[in-house]
Design a protein around this ligand. Structure first.
Ligand code: NAP
Length: 295
């Protein structure tokens, strides 16, 4: 099986319980638990920043919410599963951080508009927005076997969700003289992967929307970029691995880095992309795949 067949990683799969696949490589590299439990630092790297994250009830978004709250940010975040959202919020607050969960479905324009408005109402502004919510392709089949419904469903979350996020975040940022937007793309935004047309096309479109927005607003202080993870240890990757019948060890072989990246490690990349240290980074889908896209 070629590597492109193996792993748009997140392109695949359906309905498999999280945690079904062992992932020692991720555990070995993982520093996120140390970060998660850290007491918030008032003078942390994101002190005074208001961060909005879509899709932070699990996975990369959850790790980012916890890390950024520990770094002093006030974090406003969404996802559809309210029980998980409330749990993430409670965990951050129990550590002394500041976070607010609001249920929102990024496929729904009113939800996204209200999410951004509620963040501004709660914390006064949006400094850094991470449009991160995403879903995998429900079925790993060739294009002629894909359904329009699956294509549209994945597109509504991964592409329209990012579009709607930026549509409502940008005016708020322009009104305050600037801001930063970071969209979660994928290696699937950069190369084709067989059997996951809905996901692959949706992520290519995220890279496109990122470039367009970056060009349109850079001169007015709104900096837009994206990043392209390869394989990150999250419930989505576990579902994908299960669907392909692969272990994490087998998946990791496709990556020069030789391991699955822990979600907390990706969260630190996200934090950097949103920070002033990344100021010249405009419109790019940054390769953070551990070498998958190299060469
Ligand atoms: N893990 C990887 O290897 C990998 C690689 C490349 C790119 N990515 C991208 O990284 C992002 C995060 O994925 P993950 O790996 O962390 O997967 P995950 O654990 O499944 O998290 C996905 C998040 O998106 C949220 N979400 C999904 N549909 C939503 C909707 N309609 N409205 C609001 N929130 C929604 C989910 O919350 P609810 O279910 O509660 O709504 C959840 O919080 C995705 O864009 C994914 O494509 C992941």
């Amino acid at each position: 099986m070629s590597r492109r067949r193996l792993l748009g990683a997140t392109g695949v799969a359906a309905g498999v319980a999280a945690g079904a696949v062992p992932h020692p490589a991720a555990a070995r590299g993982g520093q996120e638990d140390q970060e998660d439990e850290a007491a918030p630092r008032p003078a942390g790297r994101l002190a005074d920043k208001v961060v909005l994250i879509t899709g932070a009830t699990s996975g990369i978004g959850e790790a980012a919410a916890r890390l950024m709250a520990a770094e002093g940010a006030r974090v406003f975040f969404c996802g559809r599963r309210a029980h998980l959202g409330r749990r993430v919020e409670a965990r951050i607050r129990a550590s002394g951080g500041e976070a607010t969960y609001r249920r929102a479905d990024v496929r729904e324009e009113a939800d996204v508009e209200n999410l951004v408005a509620a963040c501004v109402e709660r914390y006064g502004r949006v400094d850094i927005a991470y449009n991160n919510a995403g879903v995998e392709s429900p079925r790993a089949v060739r294009l002629h076997e894909q359904s329009l419904r699956d294509l549209t469903d994945v597109w509504r979350t991964n592409t329209a969700g990012v579009f709607l996020g930026m549509k409502y975040e940008i005016p708020r940022m322009l009104a305050r003289g600037g801001g930063v937007i970071v969209n979660t793309a994928s290696i699937s935004a950069e190369v084709g992967f067989a059997t996951i047309a809905p996901y692959n096309a949706s992520k290519h479109a995220v890279a496109s929307l990122t470039k367009v927005a970056a060009l349109e607003y850079a001169a007015e202080g709104v900096r837009v970029s994206a990043f392209a993870p390869g394989a990150v240890d999250t419930p989505m990757l576990r579902r994908a691995a299960e669907a392909f019948g692969m272990t994490y060890e087998q998946i990791a072989r496709d990556y020069p880095i030789g391991r699955i990246v822990p979600a907390g490690e990706m969260a630190r990349v996200m934090m950097w992309l949103g920070s002033a240290d990344a100021a010249p980074l405009v419109g790019t889908d940054v390769d953070v795949s551990g070498g998958y896209l190299t060469g």
